[in-house]
Design a protein around this ligand. Structure first.
Ligand code: TEU
Length: 535
């Protein structure tokens, strides 16, 4: 197994607009990230993933880019960014940026030109058809929008304000590669690549048998050639790290993107958990982990995340954010850091922040949710029923501002926050966590330290035990003479855990646990997590 710095790294995702506001406009900003770098360093983070900061009308919170070589005013200036990058490096951390090149904003000059006439030189920077097929987009009932200027339809995998770039056009590819060099030459350490497996489109755009299963948007012929060209023309010339956001794949497909001999990406996120497990499903989760381990281990590198800016906070979605918020937050932290693959921590996860539930659709900002609400309302459905059906998975659930302390606006902003703050900020906040040696924060910090001190957590094999148990998730991690046992009671009930004699007889010492007392043997308390070193 090739050992590398990035395989050993822990990544912290900064959704800057909800991180820390220094100018009182109600949005977080890059100066705010600078001011909190020591906090991130204290946690033990190696890599910061910064969500898009580029010029944008902000229809999809920065994922609709109108100027790839600028910083949107809400975030700051290019000078602020340069200072941020310098200070990240001064602290021995790395910074990766969000690369969003499947689509641009409809305000991007390329699109403004492309739509202006059928014979504009940039017409083929985007995808124009005379007829629409039956495909759905992520955010709208159709992937096609009729443009009145030329009477043709343009293609968009997401919102109508996010027209897809035409990657079949070599001029588009060269424009993107040139932009990537602009940021890499500034010294960034790599990219998180937004829906990077959508770049290639199905030849001929045939109607789908079932347009509601939108996997036709991804993994089409040509995608690997694009990524190998990107690697060959840009990425291999820099010491960088790349993680692809890759929905709709099996481990075998995934390996084609991150196989160590592929010359494409270093690692990836799949979405089998966060796009398809609305609630915790032990059997499904164990199956996912087993398939991805067996499919990729020793050939490619996987990533592990349980929430991000698109998926509601893990303690609300998979844990218990009421009676067992602390315990379940620590349990899932243990899971995240002891499974094979790179752990990604989403801002606020390290203090056990919970998913928010607002009272009205007007409190929600997310274009995905607002579009879906509108679409369902147009079918004549009951407004309250539609609203409630969208609450659990709304992306805004995890986008509320980081709760720094119990002062006004949770210490996030002196202005009016762009989105409401979770009302529980007075008891769940960073200041409280830093003042409590038993907080979720220090538990994450210890797990991260353990990863740095014990290669078995990174390079150890993954050997599940008690595979049919519905409450207990247990597995071994083995590297050379190091053997660790992870035992997790993913339930709100005390659960007896009968370990195989060959395992229980080998227990040497407790490495970390989320309860003080382990005196009741293997009758695990609600959401109890334990990691042991075995002889
Ligand atoms: O997300 C793509 C994607 O897979 C998400 O649509 C996710 O599956 C879905 O939102 C689950 O609710 C990326 C970005 O992370 C997202 O914020 C952007 O809106 C999207 O691409 C378009 O750029």
């Amino acid at each position: 197994m090739k050992k590398t710095w990035w395989k050993e790294a822990v990544v912290y995702q900064v959704y800057w607009r909800s991180f820390y506001d220094t100018d009182g406009d109600g949005y977080g900003d890059l100066d705010g990230v600078i001011q909190k770098l020591d906090y991130i360093k204290e946690l033990g983070i190696d890599v910061i993933w910064l969500n898009p900061i580029y010029g944008s009308p902000d229809v999809d919170n920065g994922y609709d880019i109108s100027d790839y070589r600028s910083v949107m005013a809400k975030a700051g200036t290019m000078e602020t960014f340069d200072r941020l990058l310098k200070k990240v490096h001064e602290r021995g951390m790395r910074l990766i940026m969000d690369l969003v090149v499947n689509h641009t904003s409809d305000q991007h000059p390329w699109f403004v030109e492309s739509r202006s006439s059928k014979d504009n030189p940039k017409r083929d920077y985007y995808i124009w058809h005379q007829e629409a097929n039956n495909w759905r987009s992520y955010f709208t009932p159709s992937t096609w929008e009729l443009d009145p200027i030329t009477g043709e339809y343009y293609f968009h995998s997401f919102a109508t304000e996010q027209p897809d770039l035409n990657w079949a056009n070599p001029k588009v590819r060269e424009e993107v590669y040139d932009m990537m060099r602009f940021w890499l030459d500034k010294g960034i350490d790599g990219f998180r690549m937004d829906v990077i497996n959508l770049l290639a489109k199905q030849a001929g755009f045939p109607d789908a048998e079932n347009p509601d299963v939108i996997s036709y948007l991804g993994n089409n012929p040509g995608i690997h050639e694009y990524l190998q060209e990107m690697h060959d023309k840009v990425l291999k010339h820099y010491d960088v790290f790349t993680v692809g956001e890759i929905p709709f794949v099996t481990p075998e497909d995934g390996l084609l993107y991150v196989g160590e001999d592929r010359g494409e990406l270093h690692t990836m996120f799949h979405f089998e958990v966060c796009d398809y497990m609305a609630h915790w499903d032990m059997a499904k989760f164990k199956d996912i982990q087993k398939r991805w381990y067996e499919g990729m281990w020793g050939k490619g590198w996987n990533s592990q995340f349980l929430n991000n800016h698109d998926h509601t906070r893990l303690v609300t979605r998979f844990g218990n954010d009421k009676e067992y918020r602390i315990e379940s937050a620590k349990l899932f932290a243990t899971l995240l850091h002891t499974l094979p693959g790179m752990p990604y921590i989403y801002q606020g996860e390290e203090i056990g922040m919970t998913g928010v539930r607002f009272d009205s659709i007007d409190d929600y900002n997310d274009i995905a949710m607002r579009n879906k609400y509108k679409e369902e309302m147009e079918k004549g459905r009951d407004p309250q029923e539609v609203f409630e059906s969208l609450l659990h998975l709304s992306r805004d659930n995890s986008r509320t501002p980081v709760q720094w302390d119990s002062s006004d606006n949770a210490g996030f902003s002196s202005g009016s926050p762009w989105i409401k703050i979770n009302p529980n900020y007075n008891r769940i906040n960073v200041a409280e966590a830093l003042g409590d040696p038993n907080s979720v924060f220090y538990y994450y910090k210890k797990l991260i330290q353990l990863r740095k001190q014990n290669e078995v957590m990174v390079y150890g094999s993954y050997e599940p035990i008690l595979e049919d148990h519905q409450q207990i998730y247990a597995y071994l991690r083995v590297l050379d003479d190091k053997k660790w046992l992870v035992v997790l009671n993913v339930s709100d009930q005390s659960t007896a855990c009968e370990l195989p004699e060959s395992v229980s007889s080998g227990i040497k010492e407790l490495i970390i646990g989320n309860y003080e007392d382990q005196s009741n043997g293997f009758n695990l308390k609600p959401y109890e997590a334990r990691v042991y070193a075995l002889k």
